[in-house]
Design a protein around this ligand. Sequence first.
Ligand code: TPP
Ligand code: MG
Length: 319
Amino acid sequence: MNMYSQLYYELLRIRLVELEISKQYKKQKMRCPIHLSIGQEAIAVGICNNLLKKDKVVTAHRSHAHYLAKGGDLNAMLSELHGKKTGCSKGKGGSMHLIDLNVGVEAAVPIVGSTIPIGVGISWGLKLNNKKNICVIFFGDGATEEGVFLESLDFAVLHNLPVLFVCEDNNYSVYSQKKKRQSSKRNILKIAEGAGMKSKKIDGNNVFEIHQETKKIINQLKKKSGPYFLSLETYRHLEHCGPDNDDHLNYREKNYIKYWMNKCPISIAEKFLLKNNLITKNTIKEFKKKIISEINSGFDFANKSKFPKKNELEKDIYA
Ligand SMILES: Cc1ncc(C[n+]2csc(CCOP(=O)(O)OP(=O)(O)O)c2C)c(N)n1
Ligand SMILES: [Mg+2]
């Protein structure tokens, strides 16, 4: 598989996994809240494909795409969503606590902004232990409004840490757009630069561009160039939390929705591949078949798995 179709395959895989979660959620077997990444997958895929297994990532409440793109186990993720003991957090964390230490998915925490200092701490650990790896911190535009975000930028620059800050800017924190939450004079790239690090804006829906751009940045980071800040504009297709579309609530204007739906990362990638003869329609069909079979066996695995025993309720819990 060439690099282009590999990136497309992974985009498609995450999309199909989440579409199936969205469909199955109504059966009420998954009882944890879910925040789907549908529409935002290109950022996770483009970046994680430049990482090694031993590189680390941390994420937040909208974590499925990061977990899967970094190589997190699908069966363990679906089991976690079903509250089963075979889940990646032994069935006690749910969708917002995905973790797979075997592939460097170090933490997902839904307290907005809270994984930013955790990621900085991980990158400090990597530096102190003379590791060549880096840590990528994925967070939303809303998380940049938390005080700890600024403290983390400062600390990362002060210690020249191998950390990539990735702001997935979908313009919304639940129902509030940035215009209602931030001054129009606020410039996130300048905030990062003011703290002393380089920063860049990249189109968040073009997986090939993200992959190409971040390859250079990640190589630099591995040469100890110090922390780097990325902001990528993107769009969440569905409601903030839950399996449905909530466009009837009218908190996003019709033209805005239309603009972004035309910029769906899957169709952008598909059109590019077909136009440049990098893939055939038949191969796309085969990809879908293979992925659907993997997803079906993942759901089977989750459904057949057992719930944790009652006496395990308070084990592995930190508060
Ligand atoms: C400290 C804190 N405040 C509020 C919340 C409630 N909350 C959960 S997700 C969210 C939106 C965060 O927006 P953003 O960081 O942009 O991420 P997105 O949902 O857009 O991916 C909020 C306010 C929370 N979990 N933690
Ligand atoms: Mg947001």
